[in-house]
Ligand binder design. Sequence first.
Ligand SMILES: CC(C)(COP(=O)(O)OP(=O)(O)OC[C@H]1O[C@@H](n2cnc3c(N)ncnc32)[C@H](O)[C@@H]1OP(=O)(O)O)[C@@H](O)C(=O)NCCC(=O)NCCS
Length: 144
Amino acid sequence: MFRIRTATAKDAQILARLHGEIFPEDAWTKDWFASRLKQKRMNFLVAEDEGRPVGLSALSIVADEAEILTIGLLSEQRGKGWGGRLLHDALRLPVSHFFLEVAADNQAAISMYKSAGFQEAGLRRAYYKAGTDAIVMVRSQPDP
Ligand SMILES: CC(C)(COP(=O)(O)OP(=O)(O)OC[C@H]1O[C@@H](n2cnc3c(N)ncnc32)[C@H](O)[C@@H]1OP(=O)(O)O)[C@@H](O)C(=O)NCCC(=O)NCCS
């Protein structure tokens, strides 16, 4: 069974392993996760399949805005609707705006964000190490 849960202080190792497998060129350390898991302004979710961690999201909240710092599924678990579900749960945070940066060549992620109501709001040229541009995307909470 697939489920999504809020990460706890004990999940630093799990989150670091997931992030390293999903983003091998930009692995965030266990210490990075351990220190952020203690911060109220951070929100982490873990996606599990039959109890096995398969995906994560990390958001940083500042005032009435949240930035999606990362979201991803292990490669063999993609294309099953789980990334969309993880994003949907991450978007439950009670803020007015969400924003993120995504590599301009990451079609899967850009499509996922657009499906969830994000719009392109800017371009940061050569933002990533490889010289790839980043697209800034923004989503405002629909009116109640
Ligand atoms: C982006 C990512 C999280 C999507 O997860 P996923 O489980 O494969 O996506 P889903 O099956 O839930 O699909 C969600 C939406 O994404 C889009 N999508 C997913 N894979 C796609 C692909 N290969 N090509 C184009 N669009 C795709 C679709 O628009 C889909 O919307 P729909 O349900 O309306 O069709 C996943 O590809 C991933 O982990 N990628 C590596 C990490 C990454 O790039 N993270 C984003 C960093 S900004």
